[in-house]
Structure formats: C-alpha cells, structure tokens
Design a protein around this ligand. Structure first.
Ligand code: NDP
Ligand code: X2W
Length: 342
C-alpha cells in the first residue's frame, strides 16, 4: 500500500523540489499540499514545472489539513516547524527540512537563530558515521542545511581517519535558490547576474555551528570552522572548498585511502578519479555528490572539494533519502544520480 505524504510549504523552492521527486517515487501517494500566503492558489500557478499537480489547490498549514498522512514534510522557514510538528501524532513520520531540530546544543541554537531551542531529531545525513542507524525506523528526521551537507561530506573522512588538525577553513559558493523564493532586494537579477559576492562573513552564518557539530563528531574532538559563504550567479548548486592542516605523518596516499574507504559503498557520493574536480553542473537536479581531495604538500593542507545541488542532495533529495531509511525502503528509491547537462 502506498505511503501517503503531505508537504507543508509546497509553494516554496524546497517544497517544489520535494514534489518533483515524490512524483516519481514508486511508494508515495501525494496527499495535502499547504502554503501560507499562497493558500487557495493553484499549484500550477506557483510551480508550473509540476504538471501532474497543476490543478491541486494549496491549503492552509493547519494540523487538521496535515492529519491522516503517514509522512509529513515541513518545508517551512526556520522557527515555523516546531509548532506544527508538536501537533502531529508520534506515529506520523515528520521530516523537517528547516533548521529547527538540527542542532544538539541549545546555546548554539539560541546564539545563531535567536529563539528558544525546540529540540534535536535524528540528523538526516546518512553518510555520516552512525547516522543510518539513528534514521532507520525513526519517526522524526532533521534534514541538514545545504552548506553543512556539502561541507560535512567533503571533510568528515579526513577527520574520521584522524588526518586533519582541528581547524577547518571553508569557502563555499551557492546558487540563489538557497535563499528561498520570497523576494529579497539583494537577489534581484540585476544584483546577482554577472557577479559573485560574500555574505555572512566572520563566523556569523547560522550553518557554522552545524558544521562544527558534524566535524567534531567525526573527529572525536572539537573542530573550529571558519566559514565564508558566497552567492554565485546561478539558480542551483553549491561548490564547497574546504581545507585543514594535515597532521604530522600524513601523505597524499593516506588521504586518498581514507576518502576511498569512506565512500566505497555510498550510493550517492562519488569520489572523482584523481585529477578531476567537482562541478555544480554535473550534479544539477541529481542527488549525487561529487568529492575530490588533494594533499597540498607545500602548504601542509588537505584540500577537499564537494559539489551538490542545494535543492536536491542539499534538501529535498536528502529528505527523500532519509525518508526511505525511516520507512525501511531501499535508500535510493525515487532518487537519481543522473544530472541534467549542459
Ligand atoms: N532553498 C534551499 O536550498 C534550502 C532550503 N532549506 C530549508 O527549507 C525550508 C524552506 O525553504 P525554501 O523552500 O527555500 O523557502 P521559500 O521561501 O521558497 O518557501 C517557504 C515556504 O514556507 C511557507 N511559509 C512561509 N511562512 C510560513 C508560515 N509562517 N507558516 C507556514 N508556512 C509558511 C511559504 O508559503 P507561501 O509561499 O504560501 O507564503 C512557502 O511555501 C527552510 O527552512 C530552508 O531553510 C534547506 C536546505 C536548502
Ligand atoms: C544562498 C543562500 O542564501 N543560502 C542560504 C542557505 C539556505 C539553506 O539551505 O539553509 P537552511 O536550510 O538552513 O535555510 C543562506 O545562506 O542562508
């Protein structure tokens, strides 16, 4: 029998990408679709690429509308998920694509999000050590942020293998859909086209504590992170360039071996052949992650680079991957590693 799934935030970018994936997922029947300011609108007017759902009308995001489903996805702004989630039964699988339940440390949450901490759910990045066991059969999943997905997958093998010192420096470029669909002056086409610009510089980006959480868990000690995000003139994609000083005795061979071991059985993470480098265009619309690693002997640093589609592996694809694990389905069901090019 098909699993019935509701999507709250169906008018947004994350909700739209999720629906694109759920439409071809063989085990899912799409139930209620909700919005906020767009409640009452036809989905076809807001997400014209989702043709089979064009005549569906968005309902308001209320417990009554979301009741009666096996799975509820919350693709809502930060701070909106917790209140909705607490009105859903414990037997329902709730997958939060926002940030509300990602962080374990309440002080970190309050410092970066400025509101009371709602709690911590199993973290939906199955490739991290120990993550799959926590997701299998779970009724709650916190989908990671898009930058932490790219960065954690690029660097955790170096930390898990004890190869890197506990200070990471990360510069990552994101496409504009990462900022959501709500209009913002700095995202006007004329501001973004033909230009790249940094933002959240100096340790203030809210994804910093999430990266620290993931890398510290892999390292078994606290890892500090200097993270600089940049906005790139493209609709989708993240390219994360991550470096860390190598520990004494590390060689190019030991670095390569650690990454080969970490990703040998991963269905979505592709460690590229030596000499080839990740590109956002190669993962457009797919749940694949491209990773490459090098050892800069002159600088004594490990350089790990990853590319993801922020809307697919970075949110909606990651959500479906974790849903599959939570429901006991094959982890890859309804997901593709085949991109769209050029
Ligand atoms: N974009 C991305 O790359 C990623 C996004 N995410 C997360 O996914 C979530 C959604 O992001 P995204 O889709 O980009 O954002 P959008 O701004 O594109 O969409 C937001 C959605 O939430 C709805 N909404 C807004 N306010 C409320 C409210 N008060 N109550 C209920 N619903 C509300 C909107 O409805 P309406 O349009 O009807 O007003 C819309 O459907 C966020 O938490 C984001 O952090 C995570 C990883 C990556
Ligand atoms: C380009 C851009 O603005 N990106 C967003 C990241 C969005 C994201 O995926 O993160 P959350 O799920 O935590 O919102 C930002 O930097 O805030």
């Amino acid at each position: 029998m098909a699993v019935r799934a509701a999507v709250a935030g169906a008018s947004g970018y994350a909700g739209g990408e999720l629906l694109r994936l759920l439409l071809t997922h063989p085990g899912i029947e799409i139930g209620a679709l909700t919005g906020n300011s767009n409640a009452g609108q036809r989905l076809g007017a807001l997400q014209p690429h989702l043709l089979p759902l064009a005549d569906r009308v968005l309902e308001p995001t209320t417990p009554e509308v979301l009741a009666g489903h096996d799975v509820v996805f919350l693709a809502l702004p930060h701070g909106q998920s917790a209140a909705v989630a607490e009105q859903l039964g414990e037997e329902v699988l709730v997958i939060d694509m926002g940030a509300d339940f990602r962080l374990a440390d309440a002080a970190d949450w309050e410092a970066f999000y400025g509101s009371p901490h709602a709690g911590t759910w199993p973290y939906g990045l199955p490739e991290l050590p120990g993550a799959r066991a926590a997701l299998e059969g779970s009724k709650r999943v916190a989908v990671p942020g898009c930058y932490p997905t790219a960065v954690s997958l690029a660097l955790f093998p170096a930390y898990a293998a004890g190869l890197a010192e506990s200070e990471a420096v990360i510069v990552a470029a994101s496409g504009t859909s990462g900022a959501g669909k709500a209009p913002k002056p700095h995202l006007l086409g004329s501001e973004v086209m033909g230009s790249m610009s940094p933002y959240g510089v100096g340790g203030g980006h809210r994804h910093t504590p999430e990266m620290i959480q993931n890398l510290s868990a892999a390292a078994g000690e606290r890892v500090t992170v200097s993270f600089t995000p940049t906005l790139a003139p493209m609709p989708r994609g993240i390219l994360a360039t991550c470096t860390a000083k190598a520990k004494p005795g590390v060689t190019a061979e030991s670095v390569r071996a650690a990454y080969e071991k970490a990703f040998a059985d991963e269905p979505f993470v592709h460690l590229l052949p030596e000499g080839r480098w990740p590109a956002t265009a190669s993962v457009h619309g797919s749940n694949a992650v491209q990773v490459q690693v090098a050892y800069d002997t002159a600088a004594g640093r490990i350089i790990a680079i990853s590319a993801i589609d922020n809307l697919t592996k970075g949110t909606a694809g990651g959500a479906v991957q974790s849903m599959n694990l939570a429901l006991g389905l094959d982890e890859t069901t309804g997901l593709t590693t085949i991109g769209v090019a050029p």
